[in-house]
Design a protein. Structure first.
Length: 413
């Protein structure tokens, strides 16, 4: 009898805590030791230059980088909607003066199909669910994840379940989840409680968890960095600034930069700044004190980052250490003022996105960022994700918020 030979897998799961590896066909979310998993690619088994050239004409800013994110999935299993290929915009003079800096760009992930960066991770996550033969995908959400999950699942013909914290999701996002056909449930309490319910439900046969604990989500979100570096002709900025909620993007960005260096795509590593909102800043407190304590009752008007127990914190911590980055927090007042400045420049974003500009201004004022350094700010969501807060800000109707840059609606006589 001929001896059976097993070819090495191009991609495997690796535990970031104990380094144990698992086959990607296992569909695991965590290691048996409790550690988070990440995808490890064996670059030596790939002809990257040839394969990247083959995929460069695909109309998806995620799947153009297929050999860097999911080399082994077949094209018939890929669920794509033209995600990625988002704009990189120069800051206006007003924005530069507001932030006291000279060289600032905005990568606008609100230009994805459902209006947020989540589509980059969801196209990969739902494709993997299809590859594994899952009949249902499930997530907890502060809004954007549910909208993206519902859209991609419906497009793939897979059932979707979303669990949301009651009355803490902006209507623009809630309406998307409903419209795209997901089964929507709400729970009293926080996002973190909703996530625990989802984790419990996902243990049942055929239900595939698609929060950022899923390492395939991180693979898709890596492409924000690959695409941004490509936009800049592989000349990295000094700083990359990103809103920090469940910390999936912070984790993905660190992984992308490490891999870009491994592949000799870049030499210098940009520093990452992860920006949380005051009142919802457990990761910042962890970064400063070295002791982690969840925020049991997080509160910020930037609902997309209103998360008190971010699941990806070990990966995010590794990302900041690798890039020599920092974590910082800003007030709701500074977030909404920064949003008004971005909006008035004709770019626009949802509140959580504007935490980046608020964080840049704070970091420049404190001397952490030099005014001359090159900065890329990641805007994670579209202006119309939360239209009510725009009206309330400009009509001076938000409690404890001064509408510093109000553009009031006037009565025509």
């Amino acid at each position: 009898m001929m001896e059976q030979k097993f070819l090495p897998e191009v991609s495997t799961f690796r535990c970031i805590k104990c380094n144990r590896t698992f086959s990607i066909s296992s569909g695991r979310m965590t290691c048996s030791c409790g550690g988070l998993l990440e995808i490890k690619h064996e670059w030596a088994l790939l002809s990257l230059k040839t394969e990247l050239k083959y995929y460069e004409h695909i109309p998806s800013g995620v799947w153009r980088f297929k050999p860097l994110i999911h080399p082994e999935i077949s094209e018939k299993e890929i669920v794509m909607r033209g995600e990625g290929n988002t704009g990189l915009y120069n800051a206006s003079q007003r924005i530069l003066e507001y932030a006291n800096c000279n060289n600032l760009l905005f990568k606008h992930e609100g230009e994805n199909p459902t209006g947020s960066f989540k589509d980059r991770g969801m196209t990969v996550g739902v494709s993997e669910a299809k590859r594994l033969g899952m009949h249902t995908v499930i997530c907890a959400s502060t809004g954007n994840t549910s909208a993206s999950l519902a859209a991609y699942a419906s497009y793939a013909g897979i059932k979707a379940i979303v669990i949301l914290p009651k009355e803490k999701v902006a209507f623009g996002k809630l309406s998307q989840a409903i419209a795209y056909g997901a089964k929507v449930y709400t729970v009293e309490g926080t996002f973190d409680l909703a996530l625990q319910h989802v984790i419990d439900l996902a243990t049942k046969d055929g239900r595939y968890l698609l929060n950022s604990i899923n390492p395939w989500r991180i693979e898709g979100q890596k492409t924000i960095i690959f695409e941004m570096l490509e936009n800049l002709k592989w000349e990295p900025p000094d700083w990359i600034v990103v809103p920090a909620g469940n910390l999936g993007n912070t984790s993905a960005f660190g992984k992308a930069l490490k891999e870009a260096q491994e592949l000799d795509l870049i030499k210098d590593i940009p520093k990452i700044i992860a920006v949380q909102a005051k009142g919802s800043e457990p990761f910042v407190n962890y970064w400063i004190s070295g002791k982690y304590e969840p925020e049991h009752n997080p509160h910020t008007l930037a609902t997309a980052i209103n998360i008190g127990n971010p699941v990806s914190r070990p990966k995010a911590l590794e990302a900041l250490r690798f890039t020599n980055g920092i974590a910082t927090s800003v007030s709701d007042q500074s977030i909404l003022d920064a949003k008004a400045i971005i909006d008035s420049a004709g770019i626009g974003c949802e509140p959580a996105s504007a935490a980046t500009l608020a964080g840049i201004k704070k970091s420049v004022d404190e001397g952490m960022i030099l005014a001359s350094e090159k900065i890329v700010s990641i805007l994670t969501g579209h202006l119309l994700k939360d239209p009510q807060i725009i009206i309330d800000y400009h009509q001076n109707q938000l409690e404890n918020i001064d509408s510093t840059f109000a553009n009031k609606i006037n009565t025509y006589d």
